[in-house]
Design a protein around this ligand. Structure first.
Ligand code: KG4
Ligand code: ZN
Length: 339
């Protein structure tokens, strides 16, 4: 009998629901919260309230799009951690209530594991190839930057992570220094496409092992902009494309140098990207080029499965269902990223 999972994601500022049948995605609905842009970042209390408004219509839409009704669902997967506590609570309470009222299992999912497993997503109408095990995954988002060895859907190990800012934060904070609105990552990407990445030099941090650090880069960009605008108040405006290309080039080289090191150390050549920063055109291009020069098999999920989404939660729920890895109704959410 087919295994049908409803996935719910509400860890930050996207309210999302998805239906997965036997590991394939049949719907992936996302309600984004535009309200945060005017505050320059996500406001937790506003996010929780918007989740409460959005969750029912989003789940309804996910079922309609999949052509199913609630009674077809065999288990409910939801994001348990990490994330904003108020946001997580809305999704968790909704999932628990539904699972309890329907008498079906509840599956608690770790958001970062789900980002990694987004690489295993296949759809009804595609024959996208998925990585074999083991694979390495560089997960780069607004809240996290990690290199993970994935040996099976349930066996993952973090072998490198950021000691301070995440890669997405590095993009967003750099954008803020340039006077660009939040979230600035996609804007840096857009301006960088017509810029010269070797025009300005930002130092690469010397962090041992496979860990990352982006706080030094942020400071060097801050001083660079202060110095140059003192000399010429129009400096940023006149050189925006080259500044963005140079910043993006450095963030990408920091990420890929560690990924190359991780592949060399583990001998693993199936390499994946995941997370919202995987949308970055400079990163995608450099990742593919590095991959072809080093003989990697490279994988990047479809864009809608890179940014926060519920398809990755539903698919992780499917693999946990196969392992009968269910959670009691007493399970609690956690803001922390511990695996
Ligand atoms: O995975 P995600 O949607 O949410 C989190 O879990 O954080 O990632 C959002 C992050 C933001 O920092 C955003 O600026 C960044 O991904 N981002 C990008 C691009 N698109 C999204 N950064 C650089 N270039 C992009 N094209
Ligand atoms: Zn995420």
């Amino acid at each position: 009998m087919a295994i049908t999972i409803l996935g719910i994601e509400s860890s930050c500022d996207e309210t999302a629901a998805s239906v997965c049948i036997d590991g394939k995605i049949f719907s992936n609905i996302i309600a984004s919260q535009d309200i945060h842009a005017r505050y320059g970042g996500v406001v937790p209390e506003l996010a929780s309230r918007a989740h409460m408004q959005n969750i029912l219509p989003v789940v309804d839409q996910a079922l309609i799009k999949a052509g199913l009704s609630l009674s077809d669902i065999q288990a409910i997967a939801f994001t348990r951690s990490p994330g904003l506590i108020g946001s997580l609570l809305v999704g968790a309470q909704f999932a628990k209530s539904l699972a309890f009222s329907m008498g079906i299992p509840l599956i608690a999912v770790h958001h970062m594991q789900a980002h990694v497993l987004a690489n295993l997503i296949s759809e009804t109408d595609s024959v996208k190839s998925v990585p074999g095990f083991p694979f390495l995954c560089l997960t780069v988002s607004g809240g996290h930057t990690q290199i993970v060895v994935c040996r099976s859907p349930s066996h993952m190990e973090v072998i490198g992570e950021t000691l301070d800012d995440a890669a997405g934060e590095a993009f967003d904070k750099s954008a803020k220094l340039l006077g660009l609105p939040y979230p600035g990552g996609p804007l840096i990407d857009r301006f960088a496409s017509s810029g010269n990445a070797s025009r300005f030099h930002f130092p690469e941090p010397r962090i041992p092992g496979l860990n990352f650090s982006f706080s030094g880069l942020k400071t060097s960009i801050l001083y660079f902009i202060q110095n140059e605008t003192e000399k010429n108040p129009e400096f940023v405006e006149k050189n925006l494309a080259d500044i963005c290309a140079s910043i993006q080039g450095r963030i990408v080289s920091i990420l890929l140098n560690k990924l190359k090191k991780a592949s060399a150390l583990t001998g693993i050549k199936n390499i994946c990207l995941a997370g919202g920063v995987a949308a970055n055109k400079g990163l995608r291009k450099a990742f593919e080029e590095t991959g072809s020069s080093l003989g990697w098999k490279t994988f990047i999920p479809k864009m809608e499965y890179c940014t926060d989404n519920a398809a990755m939660i539903a698919v992780t729920g499917y693999y946990k269902f196969l392992d009968q890895s269910f959670s009691p109704l007493s399970v609690t959410v956690s803001a922390r990223a511990d695996w």
